[in-house]
Design a protein around this ligand. Structure first.
Ligand SMILES: [Zn+2]
Length: 188
């Protein structure tokens, strides 16, 4: 790892000087300043290098800065949802069908979740049973399960059809009543 006084790895000549700066980061017109950002500046080629340590410690902060602008859950919010669901990273990753490492990276800010994943995590917070529904859907790959789905949903569909049919009949009756009324009015 690079340290103060080391030979510049870019030009191989000047010694690098470690500096602690306030580093501004821009995203979609907004700015976030990271304090105590360690850089190494070469006095010969003027190249400025960032320490691994600075990159690592600022990664989560910067990811969360971008997430907030994009309206996405932050690392801590994702972790809080998982804790409230009472799941380990491994278990929740398995249920969401993402790699365990990927889910861990959502929480440490190395990877930003997709908009869909974000919406789903928010949904889970409100409806923890969503996971069971998904499991049910995944198992519905055989005829027996499809029959179960039909048996569950058909009465509701049939009922709504009946309601539609009833409404049509009622409308037709209403029309004929108006016509009769009209005829009666003419006859009178
Ligand atoms: Zn240099």
């Amino acid at each position: 790892m690079l340290k103060h006084g080391d030979t510049c790895p870019v030009c191989g000549q000047g010694p690098v000087e470690e500096k602690v700066v306030n580093e501004p980061f821009k995203y979609k017109g907004r700015e976030y300043v990271i304090p105590d950002y360690h850089i190494f500046a070469c006095g010969v080629c003027k190249e400025e290098l960032v320490s691994h340590e600075s990159l690592k410690t600022s990664e989560k902060t910067l990811t969360d800065f971008r997430r907030k602008i994009d309206g996405l859950l932050t690392s801590d919010e994702i972790k809080a949802i998982r804790k409230r669901l009472g799941k380990t990273q491994k278990k929740l990753a398995e249920m969401l069908d993402v790699g365990e490492k990927t889910f861990a990276r959502y929480e440490n800010g190395q990877v930003t979740q997709s908009k869909i994943m974000d919406l789903f995590l928010r949904g889970l917070e409100v409806y923890p049973d969503l996971l069971d529904s998904i499991k049910f859907g995944k198992q519905a790959g055989n005829d027996y399960e499809y029959e179960t789905v039909d048996a569950q949903f058909m009465p509701a569909i049939k009922r709504s059809n009946d309601e539609i049919q009833y409404q049509i009949e009622k409308d037709e009756q209403a029309d004929s009543v108006h016509k009769d009324d009209a005829c009666a009015a003419i006859a009178a």
